[in-house]
Design a protein around this ligand. Structure first.
Ligand SMILES: Nc1ncnc2c1ncn2[C@@H]1O[C@H](COP(=O)(O)OP(=O)(O)OP(=O)(O)O)[C@@H](O)[C@H]1O
Ligand SMILES: [Mg+2]
Length: 324
């Protein structure tokens, strides 16, 4: 897919890629290279997970996409328009929740939203209360709407920030760690909400360091490590890229391990009655037959599905840890 044409801004046509960056780079004044040559492509209609450990450059990227900080080099297009230059036309179509939403502590949650809505010149004042009530309801804050925001828990603040992003229908939602601070029930609610928004046609770009969260809610993902893009694509393909492990359950683990190595199984490890390894490129039935012929009692022989976490470890050759 090529760059959107210069005439696109007049046509009002939806770009195929809601976010597209080329060589996007940010070096902070202190010298820290936070984002390094990022080429990110977010298809329209996707729920796109932006995954990476603490300090890998997720928030820095989001700040550049939203025009809050200038890139050191490279370009970013959002909804087909260059950022930060086209911010005035792009940002009203984007709902954003970025690390630690700014709230007035002395105002209630509802009054924070009324004030936020009033700051939007395109928002009709006559329907303001209805809009705010609907947003509060969507994030499950109706009962706590009258409480002062400074008395909100972290999860409640996060919900209020999300409500602010949902006041208007948006083409794109950019959510920086939307489930940060939420309890398991709250996480489930937000995940359901994200799916619902996506089914209405909103593209959702969300960052997370929780691999299983991305697997549960996202259609696409990009993996960051130390400011660099490791991979991006459909979640199903990313997980499939890492092969699962062969698991043999047997009361004869020593003999099974020896035979599996002979059969070309890599990285064989035995733990109790479980012997696991990297499956070779051949029919598992043959491996099973070889074990049985040699007198190994096989109780189970399965291929465990690879998770996104396996894919991440395979790609980076390391655990999901914070970079220095
Ligand atoms: N304002 C800043 N000035 C200098 N360095 C910064 C600044 N903000 C972030 N960094 C550094 O840039 C790198 C990337 O930080 P960033 O906040 O983008 O990571 P992140 O992926 O969002 O992490 P987390 O998962 O913890 O939110 C880190 O090494 C961080 O220390
Ligand atoms: Mg962050």
């Amino acid at each position: 897919m090529g760059e959107p044409s210069a005439t696109e801004q007049d046509s009002g046509e939806a770009p195929a890629h809601v976010i597209a960056t080329r060589g996007l780079t940010k070096r902070y004044r202190g010298g820290q290279l936070a984002v390094d040559g990022l080429d990110l492509t977010v298809p329209a209609g996707s729920v796109f997970g932006f995954l990476g450990p603490n300090g890998s450059g997720k928030t820095t990227t989001i700040r550049m996409l939203m025009g809050l900080i200038e890139p050191t080099s490279g370009t970013a297009r959002v909804l087909g328009r260059p950022m930060p230059r086209a911010g005035r036309t792009v940002l009203p179509q984007v709902g954003a929740l970025i690390e630690g939403p700014a709230l007035y502590g002395f105002l209630s949650g509802r009054d924070n939203l009324l004030r936020y809505d009033a700051a939007d010149p395109t928002a009709d004042p006559r329907t303001r209360r209805t809009r705010v009530a609907a947003a509060l309801d969507r994030v499950g804050l109706t009962a706590a709407a009258g409480k002062k925001a400074r008395a909100y828990s972290l999860g409640m603040k996060q919900r209020l920030g999300l409500a602010a992003a949902l006041l208007q229908p948006r083409r794109l939602l950019v959510l920086d760690e939307p489930t940060n601070g939420l309890d398991p029930q709250g996480m489930r609610e937000i995940r359901a909400l994200i799916r619902e928004l996506a089914s209405d046609g909103t593209t959702v770009f969300l960052s997370s360091h929780l691999l299983d969260e991305i697997e549960q809610v996202c259609t696409h993902a990009a993996v960051m490590a130390q400011g660099r893009l490791i991979t991006q694509g459909e979640v199903a393909d990313l997980a499939a890229g890492a092969r699962g492990r062969l698991v043999v359950t047997t009361p004869d683990p020593g003999e099974a391990a020896r035979l599996l190595k002979e059969q070309g199984v890599g990285d064989v490890t035995a733990d109790g009655d479980r012997v696991t390894g990297e499956p070779p490129e051949r029919d598992l039935a043959e491996i099973n037959a070889a074990l049985v012929t040699a007198g190994v009692r096989v109780r189970g022989l399965t291929l465990e599905r690879a998770s996104l976490e396996d894919a991440f470890v395979a790609l980076t050759g390391e655990g999901f840890d914070v970079a220095g």
